[in-house]
Write a protein that binds this ligand. Structure first.
Ligand SMILES: [Zn+2]
Length: 584
């Protein structure tokens, strides 16, 4: 059971896990309106509702009688309880225990909040005074207003800071307990953030609860944070949520990035809906908070190996908490880019293109399974099955768990079919180099030649495929021509083309037929053929898409860019439809 020692902790517990409207609706009938809830005020008599609740802020307010406050204020007023009784009531509701000891005060943390706020103001003043620090941050974020918005500051040497705090009438104890100083082995205190750029961190109740700080010189430790305490819990904050709140709410979209500077530089570029964890993996409280705003928050981490590792860790972690309808999407940045550097060198539109191509959580999970094996032995196939079972079972929600199992199994079957089948064939027949080099093309032609029903059924798809080998491509064209002439493919095997020029090719196709499909059922043939078309068609459109992407990245003209993006969307749709049509 969670044990707390202060009213603030109870309030945080409530705000982290509950909605005020759910709580109040036990006592007052509420209806949702826009971003809030509204009902008839329980504290004065009224005919039309003027009592409003904001879940985002955890506050209620009555426009009639001006009564307002947080959940503690509500329950104490509604049930006519003393402050302490209200806390007890809420602790019961939350299933937590209050430790009343000599430390317990209703405002234990009032001075803690005050000292942090005083520091925050002082740090910001200091940033303007220290040219080196100011230039360092201004090089990255060239906008004074943005630096102000995020209260970016600079922490001076500890002697100066301490002197300043003492002059503001904080006691030695209060200063030492603030987390701003670290005690060494000799019981001496020294500054935790000395000579670092500071970023204030707010909790979900919008209290300033700690700092993150970045070194501006060569330092082994690039970032340090305030120490974990009852009030500062890294897993219960999201950096940037306070500043980006309105936009996130409005767009119902939130992007999780890795660092403070990512959030701030994205904001500076006009992407004002990102948040960052503080150097930790995603916690249940953080993911739930993001799900309050968007059913599919984006994750956008660095494009390097470490970033990819973090993506894997987060995706595995979040599985546990999945519920129907909630997920994550992953924006994959080009290698060696982080959001800060990518947006620094590209435009928001370019970022949006990459965002559009983000991958679903389920696909990330499948790729992590797939990439863990490198051949198709029965042992490795079994290993995949084992991983699929383990990962699906790690999802607490039963319904989601079952769906994941189905999805991953399905992916495995397709994967096996894509790779194993064709690979086996290529091992069987090594007689002719044209076959070896163009096996997929050859099998495709063999189908065209000997499986007329399938060829007619898929004539549209066949017409979109292009073969690399010129002789084979000529043959494909012939067949399409023959098809469009009389709508039938019969008599194809008697084509002059074959008899005269390519009788050798004909023989090879015949022999491919006997080694490859003669023992397959009609259904198996059809699956095989569809797979082949997919394998032949997809690389073509995917190459087109890559070319387009490059054009988009280079394009500086807005009109052209819009056109390119539109075309890119169309190609994306085609790729999707090829996949869907052929894989159904
Ligand atoms: Zn009222």
């Amino acid at each position: 059971m969670i044990k707390v020692q202060s009213a603030e902790e109870i309030l945080n517990e409530f705000n982290n896990r509950h909605k005020l409207s759910d709580f109040i609706s036990k006592y007052v009938q509420l209806t949702p309106r826009g971003n809030s809830h509204i009902g008839k005020c329980p504290f004065h008599n009224e005919k039309t509702p003027s009592f409003t609740i904001s879940d985002d802020k955890g506050l209620f307010y009555c426009f009639g009688c001006k009564e307002g406050g947080n959940v503690i204020n509500f329950i104490s007023k509604y049930k006519n309880l003393t402050f302490r009784e209200s806390l007890k009531f809420l602790a019961n509701y939350l299933g937590i225990e209050i430790l009343y000891d000599e430390k317990f005060k209703t405002n234990t943390y009032k001075r803690f909040y005050e000292i942090l706020k005083t520091c925050n103001d002082f740090f910001q003043e200091n940033l303007n005074l220290n040219k080196f620090a100011y230039n360092y941050i201004y090089e990255r974020i060239q906008n004074r207003e943005v630096l102000k918005k995020f209260n970016v500051g600079f922490c001076p040497d500890d002697i100066i800071l301490k002197k300043y705090l003492l002059s503001k009438k904080f006691s030695e104890d209060e200063i030492n307990d603030s987390g701003l100083f670290i005690k060494n082995k000799k019981n001496e205190y020294f500054g935790r953030f000395s000579r670092r750029i500071t970023f204030p961190i707010f909790n979900f109740s919008n209290y300033l609860v700690g700092f993150g700080a970045r070194s501006i010189r060569e330092s082994k430790i690039k970032y340090i944070n305030s120490p974990e305490s009852n009030i500062f819990k890294k897993s219960e904050t999201l950096f940037g949520l306070k500043q980006n709140f309105d936009q996130i709410k409005k767009d119902e979209e939130v992007i999780l990035v890795e660092g403070y500077l990512d959030v701030i530089s994205m904001y500076n570029k006009g992407i004002q809906n990102s948040v960052a964890t503080l150097g930790t993996t995603l916690s249940e409280i953080q993911i739930n908070k993001m799900w309050n705003f968007s059913s599919k928050p984006y994750v956008c981490f660095d494009g390097d190996l470490a970033g990819k590792k973090s993506i894997e860790i987060i995706s595995l972690k979040v599985l546990k908490f999945l519920v129907p309808g909630k997920s994550l999407k992953f924006i994959i940045l080009p290698n060696n880019h982080d959001p800060d550097s990518f947006i620094g060198q590209n435009s928001v539109q370019e970022f949006n293109v990459i965002k559009k191509n983000s991958l679903d959580l389920s696909m990330i999970i499948w790729l992590s399974i797939k990439n863990s094996i490198n051949d198709f032995t029965p042992e490795n196939m079994a290993l995949i099955d084992q991983k699929i079972s383990q990962l699906s079972q790690s999802i607490k929600n039963n319904i989601v768990s079952k769906e994941y199992f189905k999805f991953l199994k399905n992916q495995k079957d397709k994967f096996y079919w894509d790779n194993n089948k064709i690979k086996t064939y290529s091992n069987e027949k090594k007689t002719n180099s044209i076959i070896k080099k163009n096996l997929n093309d050859m099998i495709f032609l063999m189908f065209l030649l000997f499986e007329e029903n399938l060829s007619e059924e898929f004539h549209e798809e066949i017409s979109l495929v292009k073969l690399n080998h010129s002789t084979l491509e000529k043959f494909r064209m012939k067949i399409i021509e023959s098809y469009s002439n009389d709508n039938k493919l019969e008599g194809l095997s008697n084509l002059d083309f074959f008899q005269s020029n390519e009788s050798k090719l004909y023989k090879e196709l015949s022999s491919l037929r006997s080694t490859h499909i003669i023992n397959l059922t009609d259904k198996e043939k059809k699956i095989f053929f569809k797979q082949l078309i997919k394998n032949l068609r997809l690389p073509i459109v995917e190459t087109e898409r890559e070319t387009l992407k490059k054009e988009i990245l280079m394009c500086k003209d807005k009109l052209i860019l819009d056109k390119l993006i539109k075309k890119h969307d169309e190609i994306n749709n085609e790729i999707r439809s090829i996949r869907n049509k052929l894989l159904e």
